[in-house]
Design a protein around this ligand. Structure first.
Ligand code: SAM
Length: 266
């Protein structure tokens, strides 16, 4: 599919849940969030239907995200069903790594190609602060498990506040180069203010080359992270909402006042 600006749309990011087992300060308010009600969350069958329809429209790259995708029950068998869809050349998952020690091998066996793990600091105390309670050692064991399971290249997503020269970012870069992981640096964004920049060492944030659509856990196709536009698959049907999202894809992101990172998947 091509949009109005001749960008080929090949990438679908799927947020399978808005639930998360961390509470990162820049992603979720401390008091928690208004969760999508269980009856509104798409079933795995529905997600599969949307992914198959997207692949029939030439999407060939799919990323599973959240919330935290590994907290949703049945995620491994869902991944194995996605992996069986002919036409997907790149199947990835983004996780905070908390549950990866137990899930890395089953995910690789299910047919997942590769994984991105979010990690912003190598300091256990800072990690506890940023994630409001997370255990850094557990995430590091999860990252090692991913590499041992062959989910390579293992990419580390690091949110930075000012620059890649800040102490946390430098420690992440050193950790990655010592262990053969790829570090990507994402400036902390603000959806409401429309504040975003290009991901360093990655692809996100570059509107001219944007090739993505997003599917939220409650069945909305979003053509752009920084826009309120969304197309409801339940109201419009799957193919029409995918096509409408591509047709309406804005040239550039502006602001998003209706979503949060935890429901749209970052
Ligand atoms: N729970 C998974 C994880 O931690 O990777 C997947 C969902 S999380 C919302 C996806 C990505 O969004 C993470 O890398 C996270 O750091 C990023 N993210 C969340 N809030 C952000 C913000 N305000 N600015 C930049 N990136 C953000």
């Amino acid at each position: 599919m091509y949009d109005r600006f001749n960008r080929q749309i090949r990438y679908l990011r799927v947020s399978v849940t808005d639930r998360c087992n961390l509470r990162c300060t820049y992603c979720m308010p401390e008091e928690g969030i208004k969760l999508i009600s269980h009856s509104d969350v798409l079933s795995y069958e529905e997600f599969l239907e949307v992914i198959k329809a997207a692949v029939s429209l030439d999407i060939d790259k799919v990323r599973i995200t959240g919330g935290e995708p590994l907290v949703r029950k049945g995620i491994v068998s869902f991944i194995s069903r996605v992996a069986q869809i002919a036409g997907i050349r790149d199947l990835g998952l983004t996780t905070n790594g908390v549950l990866l020690e137990e899930f890395a091998r089953p995910l690789a066996d299910a047919g997942l190609h590769r994984i991105n793990i979010s990690l912003d600091t190598m300091d256990p105390e800072r990690f506890r602060e940023i994630s409001r309670g997370g255990d850094l050692a557990r995430v590091i064991r999860g990252i090692e498990a991913a590499r041992n399971a062959g989910l390579e290249p293992v990419k580390i997503n690091c949110v930075i506040r000012t620059s890649t020269e800040e102490a946390d970012a430098m420690a992440i870069r050193e950790f990655c180069s010592r262990n053969g992981y790829e570090a990507r640096f994402i400036h902390q964004m603000n959806l409401e203010d429309g504040c975003f920049t290009i991901v360093e060492n990655g692809h996100g944030g570059d509107c001219r080359n944007c090739d993505r659509l997003r599917l939220t856990g409650n069945g909305k196709i979003k053509p752009c992270l920084f826009s309120n536009l969304e197309f409801d698959i339940r109201a419009m049907g799957i193919i029409p909402s995918l096509e409408a999202a591509v047709a309406a894809k804005p040239e550039k992101g502006t602001v998003n006042t209706t979503d949060f990172f935890h429901n749209i998947g970052g």
